[in-house]
Ligand binder design. Structure first.
Ligand code: 5GP
Ligand code: MG
Ligand code: MG
Length: 180
């Protein structure tokens, strides 16, 4: 196991098995729709790559840069959109993909923008993880990999100060090794 990880919550095998289920559900639900997958950078990229290879329908893939965390382990409470062109999702059913649902502010803000400003006809959300807690902003998430306790995790796309995203499992950082 990686030395900086205190405990593994979801192993590579756990993740693989759950991805097979999510991919089958999404394939079934979105068949016949004009689908644009939109991944929230950077946390969602690993999940997106693994998930979309299991979604057996035609779709486009786009990304959005959104910030709600500023390097620490607590939500800043603000959601800001990054520079750069927004994806063209006019008339599309968006499959919005992020790594984790925490306060709900990120997905709620992006979903609103997609529907109210960007012309999406529908938005379905997928996250690998959902923290079991009261949301600051309620948002429906159709596809959840795993529910988990309210603790700070890394790996499988999730970072601590931009590191650990490439761990193939999801775990809790050992605070004494956070900078290792
Ligand atoms: P929300 O807007 O739901 O509070 O937070 C969503 C974003 O916060 C996620 O996309 C992710 O970037 C970050 N985040 C929330 N919880 C965690 C966590 O436990 N670990 C890491 N690394 N990032 C988190
Ligand atoms: Mg994020
Ligand atoms: Mg982050």
């Amino acid at each position: 196991m990686h030395g900086a990880i205190e405990k593994v919550l979801f192993s590579e095998a756990d993740i693989r098995a759950r991805l097979d289920e999510l991919g089958a559900m999404i394939t079934e639900d979105l068949r016949g729709e004009k689908v644009s997958a939109v991944v929230i950078l950077h946390g969602g990229i690993i999940f997106t790559a693994d998930l979309l290879r299991r979604v057996q329908i035609p779709l486009t893939i786009d990304s959005l840069s959104v910030r709600s965390y500023y390097g620490g382990t607590e939500s800043s409470g603000e959601v800001s959109f990054g520079e750069g062109a927004l994806p063209d999702v006019e008339g599309r059913h968006v499959l919005l993909i992020d790594d984790i649902l925490d306060t709900g502010r990120t997905l709620a803000a992006v979903k609103r923008k997609l529907l109210e400003e960007m012309g999406a006809t529908a938005v379905s959300c997928a996250v690998m993880l959902a923290k079991d807690k009261k949301r600051a902003d309620e948002v429906d998430v159709e596809y959840v990999g795993f529910e988990m306790a309210d603790e700070f995790v890394v790996g499988y796309g999730l970072d601590y100060q931009e590191r650990y995203r490439n761990l193939p499992f999801i775990g809790v950082l050992d605070p004494t090794h956070a900078d290792a």
